[in-house]
Ligand binder design. Structure first.
Ligand SMILES: NC(=O)c1ccc[n+]([C@@H]2O[C@H](COP(=O)([O-])OP(=O)(O)OC[C@H]3O[C@@H](n4cnc5c(N)ncnc54)[C@H](O)[C@@H]3O)[C@@H](O)[C@H]2O)c1
Length: 452
């Protein structure tokens, strides 16, 4: 009889094989889940990086804030910044300390801006302490603001990067420094942009101003405040020249309306808390380090690039004219206003007596038609402009401005001395050097290029 085949070895072998298979599949499973975990982690990190770059924090870029999250609603930006350490406080104190007897200690808001940077340098030069505040927003190319900041840094002026609406930051600054004065120039400027981004005007020019006044009224001592209103408050005023007594209740743009609101708000804080306040109505300020959104600046750029420029005329085919005011004259006016500002009278947030409340025009007293501005630029750039004359659209612009500056002259000797041709020559000199433009000297056909 044949013995049955011995299967026990085969069974053992199969069991062993299945054990090895299980072992492999478990290892494979472990390895693939590890791989999956790593891939997920990497994807998450890439996504976080992407969103951080694409959507920077609120305080850095108020213009990119979605409509329902305006920067003036956020109250604790300061707590999320690295500001506030001992080294930072030392910088703040050092920058604000005056270097002349009885010198001022001035907080200049909008110090990286056009007028703010010029005023900061002038104050520092005469021995006052200056601390800047600016949020470096991108209304126009922030690299120009950074370049102004570099200039200020060379003159030992520190600019704190922050928003007017950041109450904890402003309070901290007043805790560290007993400012004697505030030169408040930070604002959303520009008339036409108000139709694109109205909330930025409310956020900076109204909410931001109120925030600053709230902090200033509670400070001990209360500072005197000189701040930038605008000739735009005259709106549709037909009196000529514009005097501080003329009506200012017909603004032609939201920008003008926010500046007018600022004047009324100033009255309130003066009345209730005894803050000494001076509003300055600037008339079309121009010059080196100026604002790229202003006509004299972008005309220069467009003329050099051979692009056509729009020249506005009124509904009645009259030329639009502006009282162009050179930056050095405006700086003198700002310093004159600071020098004649009385002390605020309040303390501990309470009024102790009547306080000074003033408003002044700072203009050039000689309006120039925009066509004349263009022909001066054509001469300086030695290039013909491609002029495109059109009727002024209803965009907030007004047909003419003309300042009566008698009051500023009487109270602090304000007397503009720079005519448009002289001022524009200085502007063009700066422009070609800043942007590295090869100025066209003789040959009309020579190629002109702008870089930077
Ligand atoms: N240049 C003119 O012709 C003119 C005319 C009338 C009035 N003004 C007023 O003068 C002031 C200075 O004007 P400019 O021409 O130097 O403008 P600018 O835009 O060059 O300067 C304003 C500065 O304020 C900063 N800023 C804006 N909002 C801020 C905020 N919420 N917090 C902190 N910083 C903020 C900006 O980054 C900018 O650097 C403004 O109040 C403007 O409305 C100017």
């Amino acid at each position: 009889m044949a013995t049955p085949p011995d299967t026990s070895k085969t069974v053992k072998l199969e069991r062993y094989n299945s054990y090895v298979r299980k072992l492999h599949s478990t290892k494979l499973l472990n390895a693939s889940s590890k791989l999956l975990f790593r891939v997920t982690l990497l994807t998450a990190l890439v996504l976080i990086l992407f969103f951080t770059i694409k959507y920077p924090p609120l305080s850095d870029n108020p213009h990119h804030v979605p409509p329902h999250h305006h920067s003036f609603l956020s109250t604790s930006l300061f707590s999320s910044t690295s500001a506030g350490g001992a080294a930072w406080e030392k910088q703040v104190r050092h920058s604000s300390t005056p270097r002349r007897p009885n010198g001022f200690s001035v907080l200049v808001t909008g110090a990286a801006g056009f007028i703010g940077s010029h005023c900061s340098l002038a104050l520092k030069k005469r021995g006052d302490g200056v601390l800047g505040l600016d949020n470096f927003n991108d209304y126009y190319d922030p690299s120009l603001k950074r370049a102004r900041q570099n200039l200020l840094t060379k003159h030992q002026i520190f600019i704190v990067e922050g928003d007017l609406n950041d109450a904890p930051l402003l309070t901290k600054l007043f805790d560290v420094v007993p400012f004697t004065h505030v030169l408040h120039l930070a604002a959303q400027a520009g008339v036409r942009y108000a139709m694109q981004n109205p909330q930025s005007y409310v956020g900076s020019n109204i909410a931001g101003f109120v925030n600053l006044l709230e902090v200033a009224k509670a400070a001990n001592p209360q500072p005197s405040i000189v701040w930038a209103s605008s000739s735009s408050v005259y709106g549709l005023n037909t009196e000529n020249p514009f005097s501080e007594r003329d009506r200012t209740d017909q603004p032609a743009s939201l920008y003008a309306a926010t500046k007018k609101a600022g004047e009324e708000i100033a009255h309130t804080y003066n009345h209730i808390y005894g803050l000494a306040l001076t509003g300055l109505r600037f008339f079309t300020v121009y010059g080196p380090w100026g604002r790229p959104d202003m006509a004299y600046f972008f005309f220069t750029k467009d003329i050099l690039q051979g692009k056509p420029i729009d020249i506005y005329q009124t509904q009645y085919q009259k030329e639009v004219a502006r009282d162009f005011t050179y930056i050095d004259d405006v700086v003198k006016g700002c310093l004159g206003a600071l020098d004649t500002a009385d002390k605020s009278t309040g303390s501990g947030g309470k009024k102790k007596g009547p306080a000074q409340l003033r408003v002044y025009n700072l203009g050039n007293t000689s309006p120039v038609p925009v066509g004349r501005l263009v022909s001066i630029l054509e001469g300086l750039l030695n290039t013909k402009a491609k002029k495109h004359v059109i009727t002024m659209p209803r965009n907030g612009d007004v047909p003419f401005t003309h300042a009566n500056v008698t009051l500023a002259y009487k109270d602090f000797g304000y007397k503009p001395t720079t005519d448009l041709a002289t001022g524009l020559r200085k502007f063009v000199k700066w422009y070609v050097s800043y942007f590295g433009v090869q100025p066209r000297v003789k040959k009309e056909t020579q190629h002109t290029e702008e870089s930077g």
